[in-house]
Design a protein around this ligand. Structure first.
Ligand code: DON
Length: 544
């Protein structure tokens, strides 16, 4: 065994100032959790399309290294349906002529989980005081930061929907237009909310003035989140999904995310097919990817939901014999029919935004966080006086049985709306370990259901094709989610490849761009290497 390269602290995030905040926290002696929490709050200020206080997310990590005890953790801070939510609320809203109620406006929001999640992580596993990790975000909100081109462009794109809500207009379109890129963007109400959270911790968001602002706005706009819903919100520690990957293993998010189980399934099914670097980008390779994706998404869409409400049939879904049998039904050069894998179910323009960030510290801890408002800028409702946007996560439930949601997903009654339930997610924060059980990579991306298939392809790039971290992220991605029965190809994949895939029987579609990957790797040859996807506008910051 040769000596491993020294580790550096690093943060990869979708917005450079937030990545820098994380690296500074590491430099000041914080651990990967301290940095992750600081990045989470910073993104809520600098990347309002997806960074959030009014949304939710998942954190997966390996922590405790350097302190003698190592834990593999998964924290669920997904939004919860309010107590007054019902299975048919969106069908009824549609009948009453309220269009897209699960997507835009007050009924679209679940009870936010991010503040509970970040502060729970901080209290359980962080080493710094709360103030220290939220202060950088507070400074960015109070003193402002140069409006980024990306946010300015996204705000311009979302303007029509956003202008339906006065408070949203006041913050993001002061005087009728967005703050131009490069000009200082200040968010004073948001700063005050962050101050309250610094002072009071979790109750500073779920009780008192901030909670009052949310409830008043809900009543005003016909929403159903109540003071009691906010008080009742809890993040939940869950057992990560763990699966063999390469010479080591990987951990990812369990239900209410579908990410972990699908990754484990797809990894196993693909392991039956020999692969080497020269197979990359061939029709044969994309065909195999599509077939394992199809089979796994069939399970996802039929069986998964909030494990606190439904039996997700995990034992069956994780059973290796069943996966091996499914893999054996994959034919070379011939597409299967999605219908063959579905018995129980009742395309999409993808909203761009969720966001993922990856953190590694010098001690060898790794933390992966994916967080979201669901669509870009969520429900578009900004809480007046509190300065943050609310999510439209309710659309991740099976809102109209038998019909596709925003991501084209057709899901089952396992994911029906119910009071206190969490909608099924595809977010897949993932940590990879080498044969010595040391953290070797931290992975994740936004992209709705393409999150799962993108994380899978980066894993396969790193482990089965021998790609560098850079190529694993940069290489063109494909996506299949069973229904619609379409193989999506990223823009750069040649037409000839698409034509061959069609001769195999695949129906194909195109995606301009898939994901905004944030990858950190600990490599034997190059030490700590970070990649922030060139498809997005993020960056990697390293410690000194
Ligand atoms: O939890 C989920 O699966 C979705 N709400 C994620 C949304 C998303 O990634 C949007 N960005 N592309």
């Amino acid at each position: 065994m040769f000596e491993k390269h020294a580790r550096r602290g690093a943060v990869a995030a979708a917005e450079p100032l937030a990545a820098a905040v994380g690296a500074k926290i590491l430099d000041a002696g914080g651990n990967a959790i301290d940095a992750a929490v600081a990045v989470g709050f910073a993104l809520a200020v600098t990347y309002p399309a997806a960074g959030n206080l009014g949304g939710g997310g998942f954190l997966v990590g390996s922590i405790g290294r350097g302190s003698g005890r190592t834990d593999e953790i998964a924290l669920d801070f997904r939004e919860m349906a309010p107590a007054a939510a019902t299975a048919d609320m969106y069908v009824r809203a549609a009948e009453a002529g309220i269009k897209k109620a699960s997507l835009v406006g007050h009924l679209a929001s679940g009870v936010p989980g991010s503040v509970s999640g970040l502060l729970t992580a901080q209290e359980k596993w962080g080493s710094m005081p709360r103030k220290k990790v939220i202060e950088p975000a507070l400074a960015l909100a109070r003193d402002g930061f140069p409006m980024t081109e990306r946010t300015q462009r996204m705000l311009t794109g979302a303007k029509q929907g956003m202008l339906r809500f006065e408070a949203t207009e006041e913050v993001f379109y002061p005087g009728g237009a967005t703050v131009p890129a490069g000009e200082n963007f200040v968010q004073l109400d948001l700063a005050r909310t962050l101050e309250t959270i610094i002072e009071q911790g979790i109750p500073g968001f779920y009780e008192g003035e901030v909670a009052d602002h949310i409830v008043v706005e809900m009543k005003r706009g016909g929403g159903i989140i109540s003071a009691r819903d906010l008080l009742a919100y809890r993040s939940v520690e869950r057992k990560p999904i763990r699966f063999t990957a390469g010479k080591g293993h990987a951990i990812s998010m369990p239900p209410p995310s579908s990410g972990g189980i699908c990754l484990a399934q797809m990894y196993r099914m693909l392991s039956h097919f020999p692969l080497e670097a020269t197979d990359a980008k061939t029709p044969k390779f994309y065909h195999l990817l599509a077939e394992v994706m199809r089979r796994s998404f069939a399970d996802r869409n039929q069986y998964l939901g909030d494990p606190d409400f439904v039996d997700c049939k995990m034992e069956m879904l994780e059973k290796l014999d069943r996966l091996d049998e499914r893999a054996s039904s994959i034919e070379q050069e011939k597409a299967s029919e999605s219908a063959d894998f579905l018995d129980d179910i009742a395309t999409p323009e993808e909203g761009e935004q969720t966001t993922h960030y990856s953190v590694m510290d010098k001690q060898g801890n790794g933390v992966a966080v994916t967080t979201t408002l669901n669509g870009s800028f969520g429900s578009k409702v900004l809480v007046p006086g509190a300065g943050f946007l609310l999510n439209n996560e309710m659309d991740d439930f099976t809102v109209h049985p038998g019909k596709p949601n925003m991501f084209g997903l057709i899901q089952s009654s396992a994911n029906a709306v119910a009071p206190g339930k969490r909608p099924l997610s595809s977010m897949s924060p993932t940590v990879l370990f080498d044969e010595d059980e040391d953290v070797s990579a931290v992975l994740g991306t936004p992209g709705g259901p393409t999150i799962i298939t993108n994380v899978f392809q980066v894993l396969i790039g790193l482990q089965r094709l021998g790609f560098s971290p850079e190529i694993s992220v940069a290489t063109s991605k494909v996506h299949h989610q069973c229904l619609p029965d379409l193989l999506y190809l990223e823009r750069a994949i040649p037409v000839e490849t698409e034509e061959t895939l069609r001769t195999f029987g695949h129906r194909t579609g195109r995606r301009v761009s898939i994901g905004d990957f944030q990858l950190l790797c600990q490599t034997k040859e190059r030490g700590t290497v970070g990649v922030s996807d060139s498809r997005g506008g993020g960056d990697v910051s390293y410690t000194n």
